[in-house]
Write a protein that binds this ligand. Structure first.
Ligand code: HEC
Length: 457
């Protein structure tokens, strides 16, 4: 038994921030920056005992006594060991940041990544957060601003559409997603999601559709709303994105800062929902006959979904969601399934304290891909244009805190590669393939920008 831990009760050493625990217990051998000392470097990506999270956790738990690595199982709980693994992964990423930045920096304004050369053009700017964008048939664009404004970008001008729904401008809430009905040219329906409140103190994500005529929002119909008793006062995790598939509208609501409600089918938050385009509930939704369940629920156990798209080649529904600190996820969404938040996660609390040691549980889906550290995933889009030949069919994933755009290759329902293609241009909120094949981005910094990536031949 290890003497340094024998006298200390379970949870005492590891309580509090994991970085302090590391400095106290580990830095004397592995270095203050994890660079190594009498123990090996923990950030050089060389792993004597295996590189998976589970193998690293095992060495920390059971030690490698003969080599001089103590066992920590009496000093650290499993969830603290899990947090330590997350901390080690974060530190490695931080140590590589400069290298990645240099690799992705443009040369004379030309970026070069994943087999494509391109420029970044800024088209227009706004003073409040640009949240979502949607192309109109005439190639003009609708852009939501979180402060509640729906903007029309046409002929290099931004014009506000008057009369859109009143939003609850609270924390991460406001006007969120905008999406056109797949038969927009025939029916003119535009869909919006936003945070609504009934008393000014609490709220929930709602969905409305309407038409735009002469610069005005008309014919509005609210197609999803929640009873006031289901609202929460939190300013976080409203979701939300839309996608249409087989005539149904799918949309996401985040857990609204009430993480255990993500597992509760009588609550709308922490769920992906499925409704008809006019708000009616499809008769084959999975929980339609379950007592007290919200009938629009399609899947549950989600933290804060911020990306939703259909793979045009397979018709499968993919989602990205914000994990906590570590544990941003890419999920393949299927009917009635439980995605595990907060029972399982690859992340820990923002404060650096553990949430759980569980990354797997029976009956709960595994993400197809996850990021530790988190990149703060936002909007996604399967690239369907012709301009970026090497990116066709791949999934573009935007990242806020990381200021990154990723390109994921998905084969046979698995993410087989993840490449960063843009870094440090701003917080990437949303991404969409334009009708011209260029890649359109919403970037948030001190101001918000509509920008596009244009290939250089
Ligand atoms: C007394 C010195 C010492 C302390 C304290 C110590 N380690 Fe180690 N650790 C080692 C040695 C020695 C090895 C064996 C392999 C090597 O690094 O050459 C090792 C191996 C490891 C490995 C496996 C590395 C690999 O290549 O697979 C991990 C992970 C690890 N330690 C994490 C920790 C953590 C986390 C702590 C604090 C809770 C800690 N160690 C505290 C000495 C130490």
């Amino acid at each position: 038994m290890l003497s340094s831990s024998a006298c200390v009760g379970q949870n005492r050493i590891g309580a509090g921030e994991i970085k302090d625990t590391y400095q106290k217990l580990c830095s004397s051998c592995h270095g203050k920056q994890l660079q190594g000392g009498s123990g090996s470097s923990l950030i050089d990506d060389e792993w004597k005992f295996g590189s998976s999270d589970a193998e690293i956790a095992n060495v920390i738990r059971d030690g490698a006594i003969k080599l001089g690595m103590p066992a920590w199982k009496n000093a650290l709980s499993d969830k603290e060991i899990r947090a330590m693994v997350i901390f080690i992964r974060e530190q490695k990423s931080i140590s590589q940041k400069a290298v990645v930045e240099q690799m992705l920096a443009p040369q004379k304004g030309i970026y070069n990544a994943a087999g494509e050369k391109f420029t970044l053009e800024v088209l227009t700017e706004g003073n409040d957060i640009f949240w979502s964008l949607a192309f109109m048939p005439d190639q003009s664009l609708l852009i939501t601003q979180r402060n509640g404004n729906l903007l029309h970008y046409k002929g290099n001008k931004l014009q506000q559409i008057k009369g859109t729904p009143k939003v609850w401008r609270h924390g991460q809430g406001g006007l969120l997603e905008v999406y056109l009905h797949p038969q927009y040219s025939r029916n003119g329906w535009v869909y919006l999601s936003y945070s609504e409140t009934k008393d000014g103190n609490s709220g929930m994500t709602a969905v409305s559709r309407g038409r735009i005529k002469d610069g005005k929002w008309v014919d509005e119909q609210k197609i999803f709303t929640s009873a006031k008793s289901l609202h929460t006062g939190a300013g976080t995790h409203f979701g939300s994105r839309f996608v249409f598939a087989d005539g149904y509208l799918y949309f996401a609501i985040g857990d609204r800062g009430r993480k255990h409600q993500a597992q509760d089918l009588s609550k709308p938050n922490g769920k992906i929902h499925r409704i008809h385009d006019d708000g009616r509930i499809p008769s084959d939704n999975p929980f339609i006959n379950k007592r007290n369940a919200i009938p629009s629920i399609w899947s549950y156990g989600h933290r804060n979904p911020q990306g939703l798209d259909l793979d045009p080649n397979t018709g499968l529904l993919w989602e990205t969601e914000h994990g906590p600190r570590g544990g941003d996820e890419v999920n393949l969404i299927e009917k009635g399934k439980n995605y595990g938040w907060p029972e399982i996660t690859y992340g820990m609390n923002y404060s650096g304290t553990p949430i759980t040691e569980h990354t797997h549980k029976p009956g709960m889906e595994q993400p197809k891909h996850y990021w530790v550290p988190s990149i703060a995933v936002a909007g996604i889009d399967f690239y369907e244009g012709k301009a970026f030949k090497n990116w066709q069919g791949k999934l573009l994933v935007s990242g806020l805190a990381s200021q990154e755009l990723h390109l994921l290759d998905i084969k046979n329902k698995q993410v087989v590669s993840d490449t960063i293609v843009l870094k440090n241009a701003g917080r990437v909120r949303d991404v969409a393939t334009g009708p011209d094949g260029n890649i359109y981005l919403l970037l948030n910094r001190s101001s918000s920008k509509l920008a596009r990536l244009v290939p250089v031949n």
